[in-house]
Design a protein. Sequence first.
Length: 134
Amino acid sequence: MIEFILERSRGNGYTPGELWRNEPAWPASARICYTLELANPIPVGVYKLALTVSGRAQRGTLWTPDPERRLLELVGVPGYTAIRIHAGNTIKDTEGCILVGLGQVGASLSQSRDALKAVMALFEEPATITIREK
């Protein structure tokens, strides 16, 4: 089983974080990427990850490297549906999902498509994501 860990803190009007992979063979100091969420982020907890078809990606309004228009979805988030991990540079690019990027300055991410490719390349089912505060 693959376990991703999202460690986050609170910013001024946004929620920055770092995404890690928790596996004995994976170097403990190897961060996959940075993350960005809205000021009221996804609740702390452990969630199943699934690779599912995104309606927004099918319509062409959300980018995915997957030819079948799939993205990683957090399953079982209380009070939420269709929470995904996807590319984006600022909180204007999310409606409540987790944005990823290889670089971060304040409330902005860079190289978000490269980060999404890296995260999706590491994904294997079954997988979970643990969200926790720093």
